[in-house]
Design a binder for this molecule. Structure first.
Ligand SMILES: Nc1ncnc2c1ncn2[C@@H]1O[C@H](COP(=O)(O)OP(=O)(O)OP(=O)(O)O)[C@@H](O)[C@H]1O
Ligand SMILES: [Mg+2]
Length: 224
């Protein structure tokens, strides 16, 4: 299905790109009715990019891949993920800090999937936090069998009536074109397939804490 949409999209993108090259020709630009062509073609290009993003999010969501678990250091994973979003945080003047528990138990997990879940939480925190705000990534052990990875922000918070909807696929409060509403649905799928759960604690106007609570054993995979 995604392939069937991606192929025509790719040829539209290709054509738009070559038209854009042609349309930038000074001779064409001299003709009044051609003036807007480069701008229109750029819009086509950007909108195709957006469609591609939505399709890959949908694909990700529909692919309930079994986690391929290996021994994973959640602290190292948190450092890597924060590295990836650090630049965007800085650009928005949001302070990103880490509070990682030393000696945290390593867990059995699919590190690629967990990193994706963590990045989704970080992007949400970034979106919700105004310049001057703070985002913190924390880890701690909870007994011998469980570890907790939390992303905390002091941003907008989530209204009580939305709190039980945020994990629903396609639920978003973001403007059209900015959110697909799949980030937390994907996170939920990933954490559930690791035998864990997500806890949310949020207060409107004060901020949000979203915690991935994960079994050290890797949950489902460990039972097979
Ligand atoms: N840290 C947060 N602070 C405030 N609201 C949040 C936070 N995280 C999630 N939300 C709310 O939950 C909704 C759903 O989040 P989710 O990540 O699933 O989708 P999205 O961010 O809107 O779109 P996408 O992640 O697909 O780009 C958001 O639109 C927002 O209203
Ligand atoms: Mg999101």
């Amino acid at each position: 299905m995604a392939h069937e949409i991606n192929t025509p999209l790719a040829s539209i993108a290709l054509r738009a790109e070559s038209l854009l090259k042609v349309a930038s020709d000074a001779r064409l630009q001299a003709i009044d009715s051609f003036k807007n062509f480069p701008r229109y073609l750029k819009t086509i290009d950007e909108e195709i990019f957006r469609c591609k993003k939505i399709i890959s999010a949908l694909l990700e969501f529909s692919r309930v891949r079994r986690p391929e678990t290996r021994v994973t250091d959640l602290n190292a994973l948190a450092e890597k993920a924060t590295d990836l979003v650090g630049h965007q945080m800085k650009l928005k003047q949001v302070t990103l800090s880490l509070k990682l528990e030393t000696g945290l138990a390593h867990i059995r997990a699919d590190d690629g999937q967990l990193r994706q879940a963590l990045i989704a939480l970080l992007m949400n925190a970034l979106d919700a936090t105004p310049p001057g705000g703070h985002v913190e990534v924390e880890t701690h052990g909870d007994g011998a069998d469980t570890v907790v990875l939390t992303v905390a922000d002091d941003g907008s918070g989530i209204s009580p009536e939305n709190l039980d909807k945020i994990f629903n696929p396609f639920f978003t409060t973001k403007p059209v074109g900015q959110g697909t509403g799949l980030g937390l649905a994907i996170c939920h799928g990933i954490v559930a397939s690791h035998g864990g759960e997500i806890r949310v604690d949020s207060e409107l106007g004060r901020g949000t804490r979203l915690s991935l609570v994960l079994p050290v054993s890797g949950g489902v995979a460990a039972r097979t």
